[in-house]
Write a new protein. Structure first.
Length: 212
């Protein structure tokens, strides 16, 4: 008896206990398509422990290189600021003038965002510190970041990168086209230009404390 593709997917998830992403990778598709097949066949999507795709040696090597020089830290102990700064220098492989960045957590936030930005653009030519310096003392970003921190890191206030001129309408990843808005506003604005977003809020009398 020939087993259909859908039956294979169901068996891997329900019996093999594979993750959605592992199944998707196996069949060369995405996990959303796999989820739809499972739901169609009456298989509940649960949070049970599942078997991830085995880590390749190449991935292991990358992780090993990325963590080379990092000092192990005992769980439960609080890291000193000096220790955290030292670890950042090792991880980013560059000297950092911390006198310029008195709010270390804000600096960490921006360096992480920059890393994701570099990965999204798929370019190593982006100067991390030009990006960080553009936003670190930017009044609009600092205000939003502070609101997010003071709110207990409310997910709706999370500082999210917005393309002022949407990518779907020709907007680029250049710094001049980037700004930070709350995660909520970024989703609400969607692919509107700044003028369209402003006009929309005015015409619909839309207001929110989550908007800039």
């Amino acid at each position: 008896m020939n087993i259909t593709l859908e039956q294979q997917i169901v068996e891997l998830y329900d019996v093999g206990k594979w993750t959605l992403r592992r199944i998707a990778s196996h069949f060369g598709t995405n996990h959303h398509s796999i989820k739809r097949v499972l739901i169609k066949n009456g298989i509940p999507i649960d949070g049970a422990a599942r078997i991830r795709r085995p880590m390749s040696q190449a991935t292991r090597n990358k992780i090993s290189i990325a963590h080379k020089g990092l000092i192990p830290w005992s769980k439960g102990k609080k890291m000193s600021l000096a220790f955290r700064q030292e670890q950042m220098i090792i991880k980013l492989k560059t000297d950092i003038d911390f006198t310029k960045y008195t709010d270390f957590d804000r600096l960490i936030f921006l360096t992480k965002v920059t890393t994701r930005h570099i990965q999204a653009v798929r370019s190593q030519s982006i100067n991390r510190w030009v990006f960080v310096d553009k936003f670190y003392n930017d009044p609009s970003f600092v205000k939003l970041y502070s609101l997010w921190i003071n709110s207990g890191k409310n997910k709706w206030l999370y500082p999210s990168i917005d393309h002022i001129h949407p990518r779907s309408k020709g907007g680029t990843f250049c710094l001049e086209n980037l700004r930070f808005v709350s995660w909520f506003e970024n989703r609400a604005k969607a692919d509107m230009t700044e003028d369209e977003w402003t006009a929309f809020k005015k015409s619909t009398n839309t207001h929110s404390d989550l908007f800039q």
